[in-house]
Write a protein that binds this ligand. Sequence first.
Ligand SMILES: [Zn+2]
Length: 413
Amino acid sequence: AWTAWRAAWRSIRHERKEKRMGFGNDYLQEERKAELQYWLSGDYESFCGKKKEIYLAAGKAIKDAGHTSPGHSPGGYRNELKYAGDLELAFRIETEEKKFRSVRKQLPAPEYAKWLQKLVRLRNQYARTAGFENYLDYRYALWGIGGDVFARAASRQRKAEKTDSMELRRWLGEVSADHRLAVENQRALFREIDECWNLNGSGIQIHDEDLPGFYIGACVPVSIPDDIHVLINRRPGLSGFSVFMHEIGHGFYYTNIAAPDIHGRREPFNLIMEETVALLFENQVYTDGFSREFLHTDRGMWLPKAEFQLDYLLCCAEFEERIYRKADPDFDAEWKAACAFTGEEEGDGWTKPHFFVSNPGYFAAYFIAAFLAKETYRYADRESRDLFDFIRNEICSPGGALAYEAFLEKVLP
Ligand SMILES: [Zn+2]
């Protein structure tokens, strides 16, 4: 009788746990496991196959359960949207994307345009099957980017001071010669930073050997907050090191999420907040403080670096806003218009950034995050607060329970 009772109790407990975890958690975690394998091995075929299996199962489960959208906090991630719409079409698009990415640098511009045009059309078609007007709206909803935050940040950024990029480049070249930024010394440098900034980074698993070379860095949380992986193909110099710190920023965010969301899970709030933290870490290596403490100079270039990055991101985000909301956009003309809108040089043009092919909508998220990172940094400075305490206690720790509007009010004066 004792054993039977125990078995019954175990099954009740299991059921309760399922409820608490909420719908979709298992699918998310399965996808992350597959994703980690992909970054470690570079085997895209297996990843894509596995992912498709997971998505189709999740999509079916949602339909069978009559689930529409589970409750969510405004502006928070809506992971259930991953499994909405015509998933067969979604994976046809993904395959197309992958083919395009592998040859895009060799393509002449007209062919490039044709292929991107086709992708934009297919993506918009998919978005409509998921109940959205166009693919950008779909992605923004999925990532929890609501309301007018893009327009608000864009109009402020357009008034910001322009960066002298020549001076920034000169400075970067100078400080990057420091032997501490050589690939073989970056691990030791990170250990010192970890200690100095009190990051408690030892919980993050760092992989930096024998990785496929097609990316610099990635961060995958298999389970939050206790199984977080940063993968890094080290590059020399301050820019190379800042990418590593960016990924550490993601890791720091996940490992410091204390408050669970309404499903009882510890998950990030939305893509913007996640990237904001990562960018705060990335840009921290451009501060006077970092230069003084760790490099051979006492002058940083934090603000010029932040502004430089912001103008470029805004230009790319504006371009995408234009090409997804028009029926037959002319890419050259839209790029010109986006550059004029932001005061950017037309430079290498719209065929340069791979995110237009690989991650539509990401530039807007990235831009808003970079803008918030700048304003968060200035806020902490104004209020004489320790930046890392602020990040830990007021962004990471609330996790899925973050009071987003209140946060925006605070850092956007
Ligand atoms: Zn990131």
